[in-house]
Design a protein around this ligand. Structure first.
Ligand SMILES: Nc1nc2c(c(=O)[nH]1)N[C@H]1C(S)=C(S)[C@@H](COP(=O)(O)OP(=O)(O)OC[C@H]3O[C@@H](n4cnc5c(=O)[nH]c(N)nc54)[C@H](O)[C@@H]3O)O[C@H]1N2
Ligand SMILES: Nc1nc2c(c(=O)[nH]1)N[C@H]1C(S)=C(S)[C@@H](COP(=O)(O)OP(=O)(O)OC[C@H]3O[C@@H](n4cnc5c(=O)[nH]c(N)nc54)[C@H](O)[C@@H]3O)O[C@H]1N2
Ligand code: SF4
Ligand SMILES: [Mo]
Length: 568
């Protein structure tokens, strides 16, 4: 290892930390503002990963060169339009996008939409064109932070550390760590967030808390208020399960205070996730949270690449399939990079059936669940063995990754594989690695200021509470501290409230319209009585989730489902 070189944490996380090598040891960089010298358990696990040391073809070890020869001959033999390129978020460095530029040029089908934040992002962009967070320093200036559908202290522990002494209000069906540390916890029924936002809007108006300066600039605010008035306060109270007393308490806490809202994935894992998010953002606008003379702003998962021009050519003519609905078996070859669809994509059985009926090439760092179905495995080298830049969806600081270790003999970086493929097909247009890195390191991006806000004025939601039978539960799936999506310390339990009548260690079958799976029960008061909870990475969770995409952004909707539980 070389001396005093920085390394970016590659993991898919709001914080995008930077480490530094000091005397051969890897530590959190004190000079990197959000990192402030600390790294988390997931970084340590990532550093200790059992990295793939060999390529494999039909489960037999082969050399890296042999794997590249097989890939090239396959790609030359088949029709590009019968191939699919599928990229996950195992490593979020900018250089990870290089391979897509090859497959786009080659003529593969690509994917569109997201398994993550797509619905909510679409909703916010309808309000204010782009999904960009204010600078993180503005969050530090808030007195009160509303944490809405986000497990703030767990999924962005460094951002939490910057503001942990503030007053918090949490809106979440689960009693999360941040909910326990909040002045007020509104434990609403799942998928009733838009109703809570409209209820809060009515109260804000009654208490004269509407930001008239902000709203008068955009005439759509009146229609939004009409929408909020279209139902009775009591019907909102009944639907959300949030008492009017708690709503009053909400306004007592924020009165005369500088307020910020941090919004997470929880509100948008549904068919109408975009409009639900849009409704919450419209409530925030009504209250004046976007007006930085009064308040701090709204934070979601920001478009980290805003202001940067892609340094990789992309052929916009490629056909694209919705990422959640991909039928792998339709293709002669699928190339999977940095993903674990067998665990992380919705509807596991459908994913497995698809993968069994095609030629799967997997390029990743570890032998994950998807590798069982891979015909060819190409090992990607670890983040310490490649240069990169990490942009963040949680704050505006970048983290720089230097190559601090030699590449293992039988592994390759994404950029080097891309270059090899470009050369083998005599393609041109791939920029030099150093030039690309230099661009991302040196580019300065100005903060985004929006000049138009389009309040939502109509919303139609299919209410899960109207469909739900007495013996059914809402399905909640969210992140956990010691694992990062499907990597590291995986928790396969099903969490239930003791009032459900089930016992710890019961073996149960969970059934939904889309599938069934077995789990072992763990009881906790933290889960609402009408909900069940599985953490991300749970190997059985996605057997019961729908593979259909949401209403407007081709994205996943893991919680648009009701489940029943039986002893197995
Ligand atoms: N430790 C750790 N950190 C991570 C990750 C990880 O796996 N582990 N993953 C990273 C990734 S990929 C992402 S996208 C981010 C996501 O980070 P977050 O935005 O925090 O997303 P989640 O943890 O999926 O869900 C957030 C919260 O929404 C709540 N929720 C569920 N349904 C509803 C609802 O209907 N209404 C409301 N109001 N709340 C609801 C859940 O109970 C949960 O507490 O975290 C990143 N950070
Ligand atoms: N039930 C349920 N399902 C979910 C979620 C949930 O909360 N609940 N969350 C969803 C969300 S928010 C997300 S973002 C997705 C994530 O889903 P995916 O994008 O599929 O991510 P992971 O499952 O973490 O798989 C990442 C894989 O990337 C590989 N990898 C790591 N580093 C590198 C590298 O440097 N190069 C290459 N080539 N590969 C690498 C590793 O082998 C690892 O197994 O899952 C979604 N699925
Ligand atoms: S908090 Fe997130 S970015 Fe920071 S070290 Fe941990 S996983 Fe990486
Ligand atoms: Mo994500």
């Amino acid at each position: 290892m070389s001396l005093n070189k920085t390394v970016a944490c590659p993991l898919d996380c709001y914080d995008a930390c930077e480490a530094i090598i000091v005397n051969g040891k890897i530590r959190g960089n004190k000079e990197h503002f959000p990192t402030n010298g600390n790294l988390c358990a997931n970084f340590i696990s990532c550093n200790k990963e059992d990295y793939l040391k060999n390529a494999y073809f039909e489960n037999k070890k082969i050399s890296l060169q042999e794997s590249l020869d097989i890939l090239i001959s396959k790609l030359k033999d088949i029709e590009p339009k019968n191939t699919l390129f599928y990229k996950g978020s195992g490593n979020l460095g900018v250089m990870q996008s290089s391979l897509k530029s090859f497959f786009a040029k080659y003529g593969s089908i690509l994917t569109k939409g997201s398994l993550c934040d797509g619905g909510g992002g679409h909703g916010i962009s309808l309000n204010r064109q782009e999904v960009i967070n204010p600078p993180i320093e503005k969050l530090q200036k808030a007195d009160v932070i509303i944490v809405w559908g986000r497990n703030f202290s767990v999924t962005s522990s460094h951002l939490y550390e910057l503001v942990k002494d503030k007053t918090f209000i949490t809106i979440d069906p689960i009693k999360t760590h941040i909910a326990k540390n909040s002045e007020l916890h509104l434990s609403l029924n799942p998928k009733t967030d838009y109703e809570l936002a409209l209820l809060l809007t009515r109260f804000a108006y009654m208490q004269d808390l509407e930001d008239e300066d902000f709203c008068s600039k955009f005439n759509s605010s009146e229609d939004f208020f009409e929408l909020a008035k279209s139902r009775s306060v009591l019907s909102y109270e009944e639907a959300t399960g949030v008492s009017l007393e708690d709503v009053n308490r909400f306004f007592e806490i924020i009165e005369n205070k500088k307020v910020a809202l941090v919004l997470g994935l929880g509100v948008q894992k549904y068919y109408e996730g975009a409009n639900i998010t849009r409704c919450i953002d419209s409530f925030a606008a009504f209250l004046g949270l976007h007006n930085d003379k009064k308040h701090s702003g709204v934070w979601y998962l920001s478009n980290s690449k805003y202001g940067y021009e892609s340094q990789f050519e992309s052929n916009t003519l490629n056909k694209k399939e919705k990422v959640t609905e991909v039928d792998f078996s339709k293709y002669d070859l699928v190339f999977i990079q940095g993903a674990n669809p067998v665990v992380s994509s919705p509807n596991t059985q459908r994913v497995i059936d698809g993968l069994k009926n095609t030629f799967v090439v997997f390029m990743g760092t570890t032998y994950n669940d998807t590798c069982k179905y891979a015909n060819l495995i190409i090992p990607s080298c670890s983040f310490l063995q490649k240069s990169d830049v990490r942009l963040s969806y949680g704050h505006q600081y970048k983290a720089i990754s230097n190559k601090v270790q030699e590449v293992n003999e039988n592994s390759i970086s994404e950029y080097d594989l891309t270059k090899y493929l470009f050369d083998s097909f005599s393609f041109d247009g791939l920029k030099d690695e150093d030039k690309i890195l230099e661009y991302y390191i040196n580019k300065k991006v100005e903060p985004y200021v929006f000049d138009n806000f389009e309040f939502i004025d109509d919303i139609e939601i299919n209410h899960l509470y109207e469909e739900k039978l007495d013996n059914e539960f809402y399905f909640i799936t969210a992140k956990k501290k010691k694992n990062l999506n499907s990597s590291f310390k995986i928790d396969n339990y099903l969490y239930l409230n003791p009032k459900t009548g089930f016992k710890n260690e019961d073996n149960v079958t969970l059934t939904s319209k889309y599938g069934k799976a077995n789990f072992i029960v763990k009881l906790t008061e933290d889960v609402k009585e009408n909900c069940v909870l599985c953490y991300a990475g749970n190997k059985n969770a996605n057997y019961i989730t729908p593979y259909f995409s949401d209403e407007s952004s081709s994205s996943a909707m893991y919680q648009e489902v009701l489940v029943s539980i039986d002893l197995s």
